[in-house]
Design a protein around this ligand. Sequence first.
Ligand code: PAF
Length: 280
Amino acid sequence: MIINEYIAELKQLLMHERSQAKTIGFVPTMGALHPGHLELMKQAKKENDILVASIFVNPIQFNNPEDLKKYPRTFETDRQMLEDIGCDFLFYPSAEEIYPEPDNTYYDFGALAQCMEGEKRPGHFNGVAIVVRKLFDIVEPDKAYFGEKDFQQLAIIQALVRKLNMPVQVIPCPIVREVDGLAMSSRNMRLSKEARQEAPFIYETLKRAITLFPTYSPEALKHWVAGQFENKETFTVDYIEIADTTELQAVHNWEDASGISLFVAVFLEEVRLIDNIRII
Ligand code: PAF
């Protein structure tokens, strides 16, 4: 695996690959890799000639400086995991390389960026859009892979690609879960032993919730989910939403959309975890 920190050098190397008609699959990450990331990598490897991964903890997508400080950084383990799955190129730039000067681009994603994560984490999706655009410009992938745990991020990136006519296919990949159901996330590393034992309750609740469809209305179902978490003092709900799967807007009747999912964000101790499940 070639590890490169510099945009110009990586572009040169990838241009050489492209000149041999090789297709490029790309998995951007912030490191602290887990088996969920590796599933994205494996799929990218299967569907392309070359796999490029990036590790960059993007400072401008953290609305909370404490969260940025505490974000796990595990470069040696990440590098080994990428070697083991046969990643071809790892882009590992510094913040100065990505942001030689502040990038104040503002992307208007309308309502898509104003609900759920967008509402709770102001500026987050703009920061994601800025870095993903830069990374796509550098790597020029044929296909880029994103997990459905960050469902709204995926929708934002699809909107970005449409808005800018970027020649990349965004591939959504299913949520990868631990055996006990907890959605894999780099943030899980920050859970204490006790919190880690409590965490599967999130997915258990989502699974129980969908058995109440369609008897409960969307409003009643949200209420039911909120009640489950209120009964557990270790959890604090940030939001619970039932929304359509394209615009991610709240639905009030089951007939409002053909694809509907239940989304939750909760704090467990001080760690913020998100998950979602398809209802219809
Ligand atoms: O999902 C992530 O890890 C990040 O938001 C991404 C897409 C790599 C952008 O920094």
